[in-house]
Design a protein around this ligand. Structure first.
Ligand code: BDR
Ligand code: CA
Length: 314
């Protein structure tokens, strides 16, 4: 059984990923931590509460960061055009959900849960890396106690989706991402290189939701805004299931191909938030900012149809 803490900013594709984690028989979802990103921290946390209530998810929710790691960053990059004003496709989520939050903040929850389950916890982070960076700051020892960190974020050999250089989760908090990727723990990254190849068409979603499953009907309803965004603004018949790619990896790593090497994040300037990997197979770049950094895995290939089928079947 894979014990997972899901760090998320729901978020339409986050919602799909959450349902996958909740329903996959080989995943034990032991906590959900929220972070600002697709909407404010108040809205992403409220959205997590809403989805938990609708889908009967029992895992505790711990509220996390509302702004970037570096206080000098304003971190306000609204994604309303992608996910709707409310972050869940403007379906009319109630303003308040009567579902108690864990009393701890996200970073404390992560530290305490990892220490209580040494070597067992997979952190799946699909929003800004802020909570993970704060957890590392609070207790660097967790790096040696986490099983692995699985990230949706970055754009390595392709352009970004916020700027030509940067993908949204990294652009929203580059300093936190650089801390997380250079920490001495195993990180596996799913960037736009693979997630933009993993597109779920409107027809696929409709077929998936056609049966009597109430959870899938809600998922389909809240996805329509996001599907429209992809159709009208990106010109694609299909929504990228970014965050689900990271979740699928936990149970089916064979559906992706990887490249190993240190990963760093550009902090500032016109390439702010750009993720770069120095492949282990290439030059060593002695004396540079890559020298001595831990080797991480970046997904560079994907079998999209098999990923979509696993999501559907789960
Ligand atoms: C990432 O940004 C968010 O909009 C999505 O939820 C995903 O995590 C894609 O760039
Ligand atoms: Ca997300």
């Amino acid at each position: 059984m894979n014990k997972v803490i899901f760090d998320t900013d729901p978020g339409v594709d986050d919602a799909m990923a959450l349902l996958f984690l909740h329903r996959h028989p080989k995943i034990d979802l032991i906590g959900v931590t929220t972070v600002f990103g697709n909407a404010s921290i108040e809205l992403t946390t409220r959205n997590a509460q809403f989805l938990h209530r609708e889908w009967g998810i029992a895992a505790p929710i711990a509220k996390g960061a509302g702004h970037a790691y570096d206080p000098a960053r304003n971190g306000d990059h609204s994604a309303a055009v992608v996910h709707g004003e409310d972050g869940l496709g403007n379906i009319g989520v109630p303003l308040e959900i009567d579902l108690p939050l864990d009393p701890r903040d996200a970073a404390t929850f992560i530290v305490e849960t990892v220490k209580a389950n040494p070597g067992e916890v997979t952190l799946v982070a699909v929003g800004r890396m802020t909570n993970l960076a704060l957890a590392l700051k609070a207790d660097p020892e967790i790096a040696g106690l986490v099983k692995q960190v699985v990230v949706m974020g970055g754009a390595f050999d392709v352009n970004g989706n916020v700027t030509p250089a940067a993908e949204a989760n990294i652009f929203g908090d580059p300093e936190a991402a650089d801390i997380v990727f250079t920490a001495p723990w195993k990180v596996v990254l799913f960037g736009l290189d693979v997630t933009m190849q993993t597109l779920m068409s409107a027809d696929f979603m409709a077929a998936m939701a056609k049966g009597g499953d109430k959870g899938l009907r809600l998922l389909s309803d809240l996805s329509q805004f996001y599907i429209d965004f992809y159709r009208q603004r990106v010109g694609l018949d299909g929504m990228a299931v970014h965050d689900s790619c990271a979740c699928v990896y936990v149970v089916a790593p064979e559906l992706f191909e990887y490249r190993s090497g240190p990963v760093r994040v550009v902090c500032g300037g016109i390439a702010d938030g750009k993720t770069i990997q120095a492949p282990d197979s290439g030059r060593k770049y002695e004396g540079s900012a890559w020298d001595g950094q831990p080797s991480q895995l970046v997904a560079v290939g994907v079998q999209p149809q098999k990923v979509l089928e696993l999501i559907r079947d789960t």
